[in-house]
Design a protein around this ligand. Sequence first.
Ligand code: ADP
Ligand code: MG
Length: 143
Amino acid sequence: MIETLLETRDLSRYFRLAGPWGRGPLLKAVDGVNFSIQAGETLGLVGESGCGKSTLGRLILALLAPTQGRVWFGGEEVTNLPKSRLKQMRRQMQIVFQDPYSSLNPRMMVRQILEEPYVIHRLGTKTERLAWVAELLNEVGLG
Ligand SMILES: Nc1ncnc2c1ncn2[C@@H]1O[C@H](COP(=O)(O)OP(=O)(O)O)[C@@H](O)[C@H]1O
Ligand SMILES: [Mg+2]
């Protein structure tokens, strides 16, 4: 059986830009995007800077509300989901941000940064979390 992991329908996000005298032009950052990804499939999205890749990612994770359109993750509609359910869902879907300067807090140790998602999602005890972090560091040769 084919399992659809992620699906978007007519997904759009427009930004109203500020003009010199108030309301400026409407910028269509994402406009009518339709796709579906099956379990085990990988989708690459390629395009020039400013074409809307990050905005699309933020719409999928409901970090940003769409102007129009809908998103389903594991058969469940993500758009208009209650906050508590959305938080549960965020254990399963995440963005890996590419810019280390805005993603990694220089005042935190690597271990703290890696532990933080477990703390936010209330997963494991302190001892378990530190063991998971050690395992992750080992996996990439930083242990
Ligand atoms: N919050 C915002 N307000 C106004 N314009 C935005 C906002 N976020 C993104 N944009 C604009 O939307 C377009 C797409 O941006 P983005 O999704 O970051 O592109 P990419 O990730 O492909 O480089 C750009 O023109 C960007 O300036
Ligand atoms: Mg981007």
